[in-house]
Ligand binder design. Structure first.
Ligand code: NAP
Length: 223
């Protein structure tokens, strides 16, 4: 397989597991982190790239680097995300702003100029969360995080409407043991490696564009 995947947030958690699994499956991976250094992966097909999606200068520098070095991208996995108000009842301005800067604005501004580089058979996955599903929501915690993922889902749907030749989906990665929150680390049901396998099986399947997919259960989620 000679396909290139651009993956954000490849330094730890689900993103690191995605990068390693993609490489094992024969993909070339452009993997981002804020520092641009990802020492835990040494592979000839791995290209680390600096990206802080909350800084427009960093997004623009990353685009320049990508356009200079890579002619075509087959898939983008927008995985980088944060949840500083996860498990909090009341939203606060600092965590609300930073969550939106990364989970929404950062994803949109990073993705837009890259779309022209995506191959016709390519795909764009947004790593969203079931916590952003409005229809299923009976909770009242984690306001910034939940609303950011609902907004990301809307962007996913808009892109799928606009670009019928690219397969685009929002994906819930399962409840995964990562550092995104203490609760996830302690009580997550999946390892990052299990989550990565599920996400990539979905990416490689003939999925319908414009859907919200639960990669843990292998079924569609309501928006
Ligand atoms: N874990 C779960 O149970 C769970 C459930 C549902 C959805 N998700 C979603 O899955 C995705 C990955 O989460 P995770 O659990 O693997 O989280 P994580 O372990 O905290 O990893 C987050 C990744 O995002 C990157 N990142 C953080 N701030 C950034 C910024 N300003 N600009 C660019 N990259 C930045 C980090 O890289 P650096 O810090 O090195 O830059 C890191 O690679 C997120 O979108 C999350 O919302 C996770």
């Amino acid at each position: 397989m000679n396909q290139t995947v651009l993956l954000t947030g490849a330094s730890r958690g689900i993103g690191l597991a995605l990068a390693k699994t993609l490489l094992a499956r024969g993909y070339t991976v452009i993997g981002t982190s804020r520092s641009g250094v990802i020492d835990s992966i040494q592979h000839e097909n791995f290209h680390p790239l600096a990206l802080d999606s909350t800084r427009i200068e960093s997004i623009e520098e990353s685009h320049k680097e990508i356009f200079d070095r890579f002619d075509q991208i087959d898939s983008i996995i927008n995985n980088a995300g944060m949840g500083p108000d996860l498990d909090q009842l009341i939203p606060d301005a600092v965590s609300f702003n930073s969550t939106f800067e990364l989970n929404v604005k950062g994803v949109v501004l990073f993705t837009e100029p890259l779309l022209e580089r995506i191959s016709d058979s390519g795909s764009v996955l947004m790593i969203s969360s079931k916590m952003g599903s409005i229809e299923k929501c009976i909770a009242f915690d984690s306001v910034g995080y939940r609303v950011s993922k609902s907004a990301l889902n809307m962007y996913t749907k808009i892109l799928a409407n606009r670009l019928p030749f690219i397969k685009i989906a929002a994906v819930h990665p399962g409840y995964v043991k990562t550092e995104i929150s203490e609760t996830a680390l302690l009580h997550g049901r999946l390892t990052p490696e299990q989550s990565a396998e599920n996400i990539l099986s979905f990416m490689e399947s003939d999925f319908e564009s414009g859907i919200f997919w639960d990669s843990e259960t292998g079924s569609e989620l309501p928006w």
